[in-house]
Design a protein around this ligand. Structure first.
Ligand SMILES: [Zn+2]
Ligand SMILES: [Zn+2]
Length: 72
């Protein structure tokens, strides 16, 4: 369990407790900027997050679909 920290979203600047790192642009995003997440079985990563910006970029969405992170 990762402790939650109050941080600023790097996409909409909102302060939120539930900030996660998008695995496609590397930005820290809030819950409303996060498009979706999923659990994966990878050596360095257990969850994949993708923000709404990256979701609209087809190459990023394709990588997400194939469980390939861009940013760790
Ligand atoms: Zn946000
Ligand atoms: Zn992103």
């Amino acid at each position: 369990m990762v402790p939650m920290v109050l941080a600023n979203c790097q996409r909409c600047s909102k302060k939120d407790w539930n900030i996660v790192k998008c695995n496609y642009c590397g930005k820290l995003v809030c819950n409303s900027c996060l498009k979706t997440m999923k659990h994966v079985r990878k050596r360095h990563i257990s969850k994949l997050y993708i923000c709404k910006s990256c979701w609209t970029a087809l190459p990023m969405r394709k990588k997400y679909r194939h469980n390939i992170p861009v940013e760790m």
